[in-house]
Design a protein around this ligand. Structure first.
Ligand code: MYA
Ligand code: JJ1
Length: 388
């Protein structure tokens, strides 16, 4: 069934339910001298390239490849359109390796035709902190599909990760592979219902008119929580403490230090946005919410070409009820002209989704670990990790 994945150190379907296998690493690290020193062979028309995301020109090539060939919904109405600024942010976190930003070019034209990336992360699984690569942006040009290029790319990124003495990875996909640690549901909260309906992202509900629908999703003009404000550089240490404490309750989560928080959560215009609640009395930072901006191209609509989507990222409530905090997040996202606010049913998100008028989407997201077995699949609420 899975000619490639059957050969890899991942949980196999045949082992589901086998209680004799231990949690943790599936295979042991080998000495670095035993890691293959040369790149894997590509079919002869193609060559490897390391993509320098500092270069405006290379970043544009990557952007265009993904804009035209990356993930679509099941009806091919929308395609993710990660911005260049977003790609630079996602691919250059603290300690990143340029060698993990891997492209494939056609030798003849030098055109970029495929891509895969890794970035380093410390991921905590139960009590163990594991150095991992987060693998993302695997993409093969539409004209080169089903030629078994993806397995070669996955093996090559694996080799380059091993060369840095890292032996585990985390990744997500919309497809089922051997074997998910959990499967999450996408939920969507309409901010601009008229446009969403017009472009086929959502439908007018039964017994609903357009004007009733617009009224249903109306939001106040500004946040309601006293002390709610944008996160600033001076907040990094307080946010790190709040977030570390919160994430410690989940089975799998990132192990963020202050550098990570500064990179991943300090607001970057049109990329990631974070807000917090500072107690007007004590000036304590008690609550936090964040979302990232990931637009999608609308394929073949006369009137609109871009769907502006905000994606829930990390949220922590200790004083403000989570639903009120997220309601304020919806209000600021609406003010920033997002059309829809998306969230997965991870962490405590289930507690506010229905109440805040999110509806389940038609997409699922499967989470995976490479070379790390978790015998029993997790519930989405046990997962404290959001990948971009
Ligand atoms: S998920 C986003 C993936 N990208 C897209 O969906 C964009 C649109 N699609 C494409 O560009 C292509 O269809 C892709 C496959 C490139 C996805 N993850 O070359 P093929 C297996 C893993 O003939 P193509 C993301 O970025 C498939 O089961 N494997 O197929 C995270 C089959 O293997 P097997 C996948 O359609 C990526 C083989 O590939 C995926 O031309 C994490 C077929 O290859 C997928 N999303 O190209 C990667 N889709 O026969 C793993 C298909 O066994 C990282 N396949 O079933 C693992 C950790 C590595 C680091 C380890 C460090 C220690
Ligand atoms: O966005 C998604 N679905 C939308 C659009 C569906 C269009 C037809 N297929 C959706 N809309 C309904 C919204 C509605 C709003 C009012 C309340 C009720 C709900 O369901 C889906 C997620 O649901 N997205 C995708 O399918 C994109 C791919 C998802 C897998 C991503 C893999 C990423 C890999 C990253 O490494």
């Amino acid at each position: 069934r899975h000619k490639f994945w059957e050969t890899q150190p991942v949980g196999q379907f045949k082992d589901v339910g086998d209680t004799s296998l231990p949690d943790g690493s599936i295979e042991l690290p080998t000495p670095l001298s035993e890691v293959k020193q040369e790149p894997y062979n590509l079919p002869s028309p193609y060559e490897w390239t390391t993509c320098d995301m500092d270069s405006e020109e290379t970043c544009t090539e990557v952007y265009i490849l993904l804009k035209n060939n990356y993930v679509e919904d099941d009806e091919n109405l929308f395609r993710f359109n990660y911005s260049k600024e977003f790609l630079r942010w996602a691919l250059r976190p603290p300690g990143y390796y340029k060698s993990w930003h891997i492209g494939v070019r056609a030798k003849a034209s030098k055109k970029l035709v495929a891509f895969i990336t890794g970035v380093p992360a410390r991921i905590r699984v139960r009590n163990e902190i594991v150095k991992m690569a987060e693998i993302n942006f695997l993409c093969v040009h539409k004209k080169l599909r089903s030629k078994r290029l993806a397995p070669v790319m996955i093996k090559e990124v694996t080799r380059r990760v091993h060369l840095e003495n890292i032996w585990q990875a985390a990744y997500t996909a919309g497809v089922v592979l051997p074997t998910p640690i959990t499967t999450c549901q996408y939920w969507h909260r309409s901010l601009n219902p008229k446009k969403l309906i017009e472009v086929g992202f959502s439908r007018l509900g039964a017994r609903m008119t357009m004007s009733r629908t617009i009224k249903l999703y109306k939001l106040p003009d500004s946040p309601v929580t006293p002390g709610f404000r944008k996160m600033e550089l001076r907040d990094v240490s307080a946010v790190t403490r709040l977030l570390r404490n919160y994430l410690s309750q989940f089975v799998v989560s990132p192990d963020f230090d202050e550098n990570d928080v500064q990179h991943w959560l300090l607001p970057t215009e049109d990329v990631v946005d974070s807000y917090l609640v500072e107690s007007p009395e004590t000036h304590d930072i008690t609550d936090f919410c964040s979302f990232y901006a990931l637009p999608s191209s609308i394929l073949g609509n006369q009137n609109y070409s871009i769907l502006k989507a905000a994606y829930s990222y990390y949220n922590v409530s200790t004083k403000t009820p989570l639903f009120q905090l997220m309601n304020d997040a919806l209000i600021v996202a609406k003010r920033k002209d997002f059309d829809v606010f998306n969230a997965l049913n991870v962490m405590h998100n289930e507690s506010f989704l229905k109440e805040l008028k999110f509806g389940p989407g038609d997409g699922q997201l499967h989470y995976y670990l490479y070379n790390y077995r978790i015998r029993n699949a997790l519930r989405p609420s046990e997962l404290g990790l959001v990948l971009l």
